[in-house]
Design a protein. Structure first.
Length: 242
């Protein structure tokens, strides 16, 4: 086994993101096989035992994850076209606070980034997080988190179109993972995917003769959109996991 950068090992194990790992290493908050490591770029064998000091664990506990019901007309990532960013909706007046939810803290905007995309003409559940572990769980290369969508369509579905939507289509020369697709009603499909290619559902529908006229993401893993109003957001609840 060849030695690997410790920050890469930490990200692979879901301890934190590589950027966070470098910050923890610089502060001397990482132990490898019981010894403090503080030099960036240090490598270790893949079998090495890596643990975090209390300071790093405390820093992670303070990070927040936010659930937003993104409206149509907002982009999930920074754009050079002047579109409105979904993150601009994270403010005190748009917070949804049922029960004993904590109040908005402007400090939670620092380092807050979307974990996954939702197109400008789509709406629904968008996750924004300060926690690299959450981002990796949702959008890492090895992520298998389910994403569920309600999709309104028009057009005529090809003869074997539904079977192809479930398994058999390729985008950009690469086969898609198996999906679960079924009719919800006469003009709406229910999609469950385990990947998130750019405009994937719209492009899948195009391939089988359908045009998407409305798309809403309603679930990511075990977290559901529920009754969260459009344009409002809430904190991920204690004990709530993807």
């Amino acid at each position: 086994m060849e030695p690997v950068r410790i920050s890469k090992l930490m990200a692979q194990r879901g301890l934190c993101s590589r950027r966070e790992a470098d910050a923890y290493i610089e502060r001397g908050w990482v132990r490898v096989d019981g010894r403090i490591v503080s030099e960036l770029g240090t490598k270790a064998l893949p079998s090495a035992r890596i643990t975090l000091e209390r300071q790093a664990a405390r820093r992670q506990t303070d990070k927040v994850t936010i659930i937003l019901n993104k409206p149509v007309g907002y982009v999930s990532h920074q754009s050079d076209k002047g579109y409105r960013l979904a993150a601009s909706l994270i403010q005190a007046r748009t917070q949804y606070r049922p029960g004993q939810s904590p109040a908005f803290d402007p400090a939670h905007l620092r380092g807050l980034a979307p974990a996954g995309r939702l197109d400008i003409d789509s709406q629904g559940l968008l996750v924004l997080t300060q926690d690299g572990r959450v981002a990796r769980q949702l959008i890492g290369d090895d992520s298998s988190i389910e994403k569920e969508y309600l999709v309104r369509v028009e057009g005529r579905l090809s003869a074997n179109g539904l079977a192809l939507l479930n398994h058999g289509l390729s985008l950009d020369g690469q086969a898609l993972r198996p999906a679960r697709v079924q009719w919800q009603n006469e003009d709406q499909l229910h999609f469950t995917l385990r990947e998130g290619r750019k405009r994937q559902i719209r492009r899948m529908c195009d391939l089988v003769g359908l045009k998407v006229v409305g798309l809403k993401r309603v679930r990511m893993g075990r977290v559901v959109l529920g009754d969260l109003p459009v344009g409002q957001w809430r904190y991920l609840r204690d004990g709530e996991r993807f």
